[in-house]
Write a protein that binds this ligand. Sequence first.
Ligand SMILES: Nc1ncnc2c1ncn2[C@@H]1O[C@H](COP(=O)(O)OP(=O)(O)OP(=O)(O)O)[C@@H](O)[C@H]1O
Ligand SMILES: [Mg+2]
Length: 263
Amino acid sequence: MGGTCEKGGSIQDANRGSRQQRKAEVNTAQESSMAVPEFLSKAELLKQGAEARVYRAQFLGKPTIVKERFPKRYRHPVLDEKLTHRRTVQEVRSILRCRRAGISAPVIYFVDYNSHCIFLEEIVGSSTVRDHIASTQWSESCKEQKLEQLAEHVGQILAKMHDEDVIHGDLTTSNMLLRRGPKDVASDIVLIDFGLSYISALPEDKGVDLYVLEKAFLSTHPNTEELFEKLLKSYAASSRKSSAVIKKLDEVRLRGRKRSMVG
Ligand SMILES: Nc1ncnc2c1ncn2[C@@H]1O[C@H](COP(=O)(O)OP(=O)(O)OP(=O)(O)O)[C@@H](O)[C@H]1O
Ligand SMILES: [Mg+2]
């Protein structure tokens, strides 16, 4: 659990505050952007993406991932600022909503809306579900059983997330981490990368969310149609409102097929 920092505070304030108040998960530091770039200059850059940079650092004495959404020069500055701000807000909001519902997502330690940085709990020693599936597909021993269990687990988590009306917006197996249990068994799936997420109760939005995952899943992991069906079955069995969602998924699939036939 992270510490608190008043609006207008700095990372130093957050560190001080954390000793006093450890209850709140989110810190805001709207006028502290001077401190954040300095902090990031000493952090380890893990990934430079098209939209964000991901760093690893120690914050409040804890292993931390910092996700920084930087300005995009090709966009109008006002629009860019608006979009970047919105994605940061959406990411924080959905992570908190998931965590409140008992769905694993990283703890948020600190948010800076000036530099558009989110400081998150690092899921230490984790691997992405993508890498895990790929390596399990290569291994020989009980791979079907292991992969089916994993797919069922993912289906249950997504059902829970959709029952909370959280639409992830970018469901891929790279945006799911496997937290290693004490015996080094994959014990917990942690959802990440909520920048395109939003709140909606519409079955259509949930169906599209699953469709995005299906497309990503089948193209990333060849010959996994049956595995993905297992995931969907588990989703349908776990979600309170799954029948309307699966119906919409079928409609979206049909639309997708028609579109690809037309060209
Ligand atoms: N909390 C975390 N703990 C451990 N690793 C993390 C965490 N958050 C992100 N990562 C690592 O950084 C990678 C990129 O993070 P994320 O998906 O949030 O950013 P992104 O810029 O949207 O990346 P992408 O374009 O690949 O989706 C993840 O695939 C994961 O390997
Ligand atoms: Mg990602």
